[in-house]
Design a protein around this ligand. Structure first.
Ligand code: PEP
Ligand code: MG
Length: 904
């Protein structure tokens, strides 16, 4: 048998058949055990059955490959030789553990069996050899209980009661008037074992296996089988771990932390996983087995106390922790057991950590010369940076809320961060309540552009419908607003001003808390904490020198900036958003959606007049009112962005989105316009469309009503000229949306060029500018070479491109997309992560055609994908010049871009 198709890999006594590079085959735990053995860490001997056997087992109806029996028997013989004990020997029995261990750690998802090899005979041998009958019977009853659960499937009947064996244990403790398992005597334990066995017989109709080999094969089958249990499958789906990987099984000699007061078990981290602080961190229990620490049966003690209790073992543990971190060049999470003052290490793995700890450890390890800057950049998950910027829920408060049953439901984690406030159902109420100093959460069935001010005034936004690119999600992210979208469990009743989930009813003014980082929605108030980075960069309420978190963040982001090739711009429509973006180091604005400016103040009235005007003269009259306001907006944005490019898109959404809806709104407008209510209502009706997303929107508006494009161009160039005259150097890039043909872009371009020339002439000044287009229709991709003749830049609008390429409505797909993803029909929500095979293929065509026709054509992306790490990596690969994302995702985009450059 060659080294690669072995069925078992042994380790022990300083020698191992595997090593750390064999993670795929031996799993993370297995590879760690082999490597630790090699470098001289005290590891109890054992062997690993590789993941390939799990794959065979899954594919062949729980059968094993030929030869496994013999390989396992041989590997056991080796262990027996090392230890001088025999498996199943009634005098000096070898006891073993059987544990899972996949390539990626899946904590707690799969099964484990400890103390295997005990039966009515071997337990006596253990009692004599350990001179501790209580310990022997304690181990035996633990084994029977665990085996019955994991291998024989003896579970509780419902979710509210404990399993039958735990009920027996609890009954005994109650009868004896004791609280802890440690207070039970040897006789209690012996009785428990026989009570457990008869319960198993009566419930399952079969005997508990006495033969250690039967026990072993039962456990191996259960551990392999646990790869496909519901928990494990769900975990893999959540963390994108492929189902075909399989788990390895590690069979290892037991060492005992429960042999008496010279024994202990515990877990340590080489650095603090919450803060990243370089301190020895962890906890332990004297006279206990590993699962006691995890299960929280007794409260563990801080690892520092071990120094006093068992100084020799403590010092050795500390030395080994240092060695392991140095060897693996990564923060380690280490499980250990002390048996009669002897230290054994049972597991080492890369420790999970918070976003800040992740950043801090990466930066510190560079300082300590353990890793390079490049490695540090690759070690932080881009999305984790979010945790540094958002207000967060106080962890304890969140746990309490969960325990108190206050979790109402979950929606999409659409705008990260934590928000708590009082429920309001209408945008106007959000504004009014906010002006009274109330913190509110705007709860809507769905949001529309009308709600923008309400969203702005609210701490957070919660909707019952809508997906990740729904209006609520998109605007919330851009505003840096906490948002949970599409929480389908909510029933919102505007008329009754109530929100219901099953039997629970919350009314206007009641407190609610939403976690936009996880999608969770809670009843009641939960304390939030502000982010230090925002205090330094935006509020300037904290001096950078006094913020440790900020120092780490800024150093790390500097490295990312030095490494990335992609530019990072932002989607911003207002000066305040532009200011945030600059604070985060945005290199320009990649998308300014001018329609968002139309909703501010009382502009909406002028916009409505413009839309409902009978003729061009009427439209121009209304546009003239809008001109100075738009000019001021652009000036504000240009001022903040200095000489950086500002991509301004001409009007895009279907006009009826701006129309009055309620009777009162129609009546008010009719009065302002001097027309009768009936006529106005008719006009409003005429403008309604069956499919507005594919209707009269985008450049089609500017083509029907050139005066709109004209006014917008005039506002842009007059603003730019004014600033130029003041010695500044604004750089507008005018972007025409939803273009499908060269001619469309040409017509709009002619208008913009003409207005630009007129403005510059009037001011006697030159302003540099570009004219380009969004590429957001499949046709635009296919004729990108022709379009490139008119365009100086392309910006991929991947929200619409996804919608039109997949024929999926971005507003409605949220209803069924999750089930598509769940059933594997789509790998991801394509509105979240670019559909690389479909939409991506169209993008590649457009890039190739565009660049072939026009050298140096600038290309970016401004769809929501511009802030999503995997999509950003894709944008890097296909050769875009920049990505543009909402201001609060800039750091994520920069890190993703740096990682993409390093992975190339
Ligand atoms: C897009 O379609 O990707 C885009 C950025 O435009 P909008 O979302 O405004 O339609
Ligand atoms: Mg679009």
């Amino acid at each position: 048998m060659t080294a690669n198709n072995r069925l078992t890999y042994s380790f022990g006594e300083g020698k191992a058949q595997g090593n750390t590079g064999m993670r795929d085959l031996l799993g993370g735990k297995g590879a760690g055990l082999h490597e630790m053995t090699r470098i001289g860490v005290p590891v109890p001997p054992g062997f690993t059955i590789p993941t390939s056997v799990c794959r065979y087992f899954s594919l062949h109806h729980r059968r094993y490959p030929n030869g496994l029996n013999k390989a396992v028997a041989d590997a056991l013989r080796k262990m027996e030789k090392h230890l001088g004990r025999r498996f199943g020997d009634p005098v000096n029995p070898l006891l073993i553990s059987v544990r899972s261990g996949a390539r990626e750690s899946m904590p707690g998802m799969m099964d484990t069996v400890l103390n295997l090899g005990l039966n009515d005979l071997t337990v006596e041998g253990l009692a004599v050899r350990s001179k501790n009958p209580r310990f022997a019977y304690d181990s035996y009853r633990r084994f029977v209980q665990m085996y019955a659960d994991v291998v024989m499937g003896l579970k509780s009947n419902d979710r509210t009661t404990a399993d039958p064996l735990t009920q027996i244990l609890d009954g005994k403790k109650a009868r004896r008037g004791i609280r802890y398992d440690t207070e039970l005597t040897a006789d209690d334990m012996r009785e428990l074992v026989s009570e457990y066995k008869s319960e198993i017989k009566s419930r399952l109709g079969k005997e508990f296996p006495e033969d250690p080999y039967d026990q072993l094969w039962g456990a191996i089958g259960a551990v392999f089988g646990s790869w496909n249990n519901d928990r494990a499958v769900a975990y893999r789906e959540l963390y994108r771990i492929p189902h075909h990987w399989g788990t390895a099984v590690n069979v290892q000699a037991m060492v005992f932390g429960n042999l008496g007061d010279r024994c202990a078990t515990g877990v340590t981290f080489t650095r603090d996983p919450a803060t990243g602080d370089r301190r020895f961190y962890g906890e332990f229990l004297v006279n206990a087995q590993g699962e006691d620490v995890v299960a929280g049966i007794r409260t563990p003690r801080s690892i520092i106390e071990l120094k006093r209790v068992m100084p020799t073992a403590f010092n050795k543990l500390r030395r080994i922790c240092k060695l392991l971190e140095k060897h693996f060049r990564e923060m380690q999470d280490i499980e250990f057991t002390i048996e009669d003052d002897n230290l054994w290490v049972l597991q080492t793995r890369t420790g999970k950590r918070t976003g800040f700890a992740s950043l801090r450890i990466a930066v510190d390890m560079v300082k300590e010369r353990i890793i390079s800057k490049q490695e540090a950049l690759l070690r932080v998950e881009p999305d984790q940076l979010n945790q540094l910027l958002r207000p967060i829920f106080d962890l304890q408060g969140k746990e309490n809320a969960q325990q108190e049953g206050r979790l109402l439901g979950r929606g999409l984690a659409a705008g990260p961060g934590a928000a708590t406030g009082r429920i309001v159902f209408h945008a106007e109420d959000a504004v009014a309540w906010n002006s009274r100093g109330e913190r509110v959460i705007l709860c809507r069935i769905e949001t529309s552009p009308d709600d923008i001010r309400g969203m702005d005034a609210a701490q957070g936004v919660l909707t019952a419908r809508g997906g990740m690119t729904s209006h609520a999600a998109l605007v919330a992210r851009q505003m840096g607003k906490v948002c949970v979208a599409g929480c389908e469990a909510l029933q919102i009743d505007y008329a009754d001003r109530a929100l219901r989930v099953d039997q629970t009813e919350l009314r206007e003014g009641d407190w609610i808390s939403i976690d936009g980082s996880t999608g969770a929605v809670f009843r009641g108030e939960i304390q939030t904490l502000p982010s230090e980075i925002l205090q330094v960069l935006l509020n300037r309420s904290l001096d950078a020198r006094h913020s440790n978190i900020y120092q780490y963040f800024s150093k790390f982001m500097k490295w990312a900036d030095q490494t990335r090739k992609l530019g990072v711009r932002t989607n911003a429509d207002q000066p305040d958003q532009a200011a945030i973006a600059r604070a985060f180091g945005s290199e320009g604005i990649g998308l300014c959606r001018t329609e968002h400016m139309f909703f501010q103040g009382d502009r909406i009235q002028a916009v409505r007049e413009m839309i409902l005007a009978d003729d061009e003269t009427g439209r121009r009259r209304a546009l003239a009112k809008l001109l100075p306001m738009q000019r001021e907006d652009f000036k504000g944005i240009f001022e903040i962005m200095g000489s950086l490019p500002v991509t301004i898109r001409t009007l895009d959404p279907p006009l009826h989105e701006f129309l009055p809806k309620t009777n009162t709104e129609i009546e008010e407008l009719a009065e302002v316009m001097g027309v009768d209510v009936g006529t106005l209502r008719n006009k409003v009706n005429v403008l309604q469309e069956f499919n507005p997303m594919l209707g009269h929107r985008g450049c089609r508006l500017g083509i029907s009503y050139p005066e709109i494009t004209e006014m917008q161009a005039q506002a842009i160039f007059e603003a730019a000229c004014e600033l130029r005259r003041e010695g500044q150097n604004p750089f507008p890039e005018i972007m025409i949306p939803l273009v499908g043909s060269r001619q469309e872009l040409h017509e709009q371009r002619v208008i913009v060029d003409r207005v630009a020339a007129e403005a510059m002439k009037a001011f006697g000044i030159k302003v540099r500018y570009l004219i380009g287009t969004m590429i957001e229709l499949p046709r635009a991709c296919m004729v990108a070479d022709e379009i490139a003749e008119e365009a100086e830049f392309f910006s991929f609008g991947t929200n619409d491109l996804t919608q039109t390429c997949l024929g999926l409505s971005r507003d409605d797909a949220g209803k069924f997309l999750p089930s598509y993803v769940l059933h594997g029909l789509l790998p991801d929500d394509p509105f979240v992560s670019i559909d690389q095979d479909g939409v991506g293929a169209l993008m590649r065509i457009a890039i190739a055609k565009g660049r072939r026709r026009r050298k140096g054509l600038e290309m970016g992306i401004c769809g929501e994908h511009g802030g999503e790490p995997r999509s950003i990596e894709f944008c890097h690969r296909i050769g875009l010049d920049y990505v543009s994302c909402s201001p609060y995702r800039i750091a994520i985009a920069k890190l993703s871009a740096a990682q993409a450059a390093l992975r190339k």
